[in-house]
Design a protein around this ligand. Structure first.
Ligand code: GCU
Length: 354
């Protein structure tokens, strides 16, 4: 066994390429397995969401042409859709290049409403020939303990849906995708979802649950994002549930200190996006997220791409080193210098890969 195989064996991961009924997974039944993976993750970790509304309506609030030195058009929009308890609306800001061509788009769920923002370098995105739509996550569901009494949570019965806030933020990203389907400027084959940290977890879940996304860019997503939980350094399943119980469904709480009993691990989440593209970003000082466990998750998820004759995660037989940019396959990973942050260095990677 080579080094990575040994390290993966030591993590005792649940098998990715076997259906619950025991059949081996092939290219032909991958969609069936993928549906199982998403179902396991919703049942055990993120909770179940309502089904998609049949329409989303858009109202333009403001439009600024010739923004960003003339290179971009900024529009402030309100998106609305019907829920079990009436209409739910949330604002988004979109910035697209002014030249009128079809462009790749990033749907970004962010921590602050500002556009640009220190995590959202709009001018560089435009210069790369891309557009962006940002969702401010607190407009969807407050990132704190509120008994699920406000925002999107309050629009559906808690008895019926077990979703935690990460699932709610992901649901909103899908509503932005609904809207993008109706535009003439978005290149429908190149729409990525992007986020950092808790919102990197959200980006992975969005792409796993919505196959219209061609790519997920998960920056420093760590625990219950891209990182394998079994024998993980830094944040544990117990710690994340204690501090952020409202991110997940109640079922997930039982696995604190009992990771080995989980019928899944986070490579299921990464693999559930296959055969579409995934870019994982990590930072060498982000030991809370644990870059080695993020990397091993990519190694363990890679066979899902290989089913299709695609290269999944192309990596050397060693753990990651700072400066690694491993992007020869459809599952890319980088480890940059520095701390937990959504840095320009991360964006430059995602802009190259979209
Ligand atoms: C905390 C949390 C992480 C999360 C991070 C963030 O550190 O423990 O799981 O990723 O916040 O969202 O910045």
């Amino acid at each position: 066994m080579n080094q990575i195989e040994t390290l993966l064996t030591e993590r005792h991961l649940p098998e990715l390429l076997r259906l619950v009924d025991g059949r081996p997974v092939t290219r032909e039944n991958w969609e069936e397995r993928r549906a199982e993976l998403v179902d396991i993750l919703c049942r055990e970790v993120y909770g179940y969401a309502p089904s998609a509304p049949h329409h989303v309506t858009v109202t333009e609030q403001k439009c600024k042409k010739k923004d960003y030195a003339g290179k971009g058009t900024t529009r402030e929009l309100i998106l609305s859709f019907p829920t079990d308890k009436g209409e739910f609306s949330f604002p988004v800001v979109e910035v697209i290049p002014t030249d009128g061509t079809k462009v790749p788009m990033f749907v970004m769920v962010n921590f602050r409403p500002d556009v640009p923002d220190r995590y959202l370098p709009v001018e560089e995105i435009l210069d790369a020939g891309c557009g962006v739509i940002r969702i401010y996550y607190n407009d969807i569901a407050f990132d704190g303990e509120d008994g699920f009494a406000g925002g999107l949570a309050a629009m559906y019965d808690r008895e019926k849906y077990t979703w935690g806030k990460i699932r709610m933020w992901a649901f909103a990203a899908s509503r932005v995708m609904d809207y993008l389907q109706t535009t003439d400027y978005a290149d429908k084959e190149r729409i990525a979802v992007v986020g950092h940290s808790r919102l990197g977890k959200t980006a992975l879940l969005t792409a796993a649950t919505d196959s219209r996304f061609a790519m997920a860019c998960a920056n420093c997503s760590g625990c219950t994002g891209d990182a394998i939980s079994r024998n993980k350094a830094g944040e544990s399943v117990k710690a994340i549930n204690q501090k952020f119980p409202y991110w997940f469904c109640d079922t997930y709480k039982q696995y604190g200190d009992r990771e080995e009993e989980m019928p899944f691990d986070q490579h299921f989440l990464v693999a559930a996006i296959a055969p579409r593209r995934v870019a994982l970003g990590s930072a060498v000082e982000d030991i809370w997220a644990d870059p080695d466990s993020q990397y091993l998750s990519a190694c363990a998820a890679s066979p899902a791409w290989e089913l299709f004759g695609q290269k999944g995660f192309v990596h050397p037989d060693r753990l990651p080193k700072v400066g690694d940019r491993l992007d020869a396959g459809d599952l890319a990973f980088h480890l940059r210098e520095g701390t937990h942050f959504f840095s320009r260095a991360d964006w430059h990677r995602y802009l190259c890969l979209i």
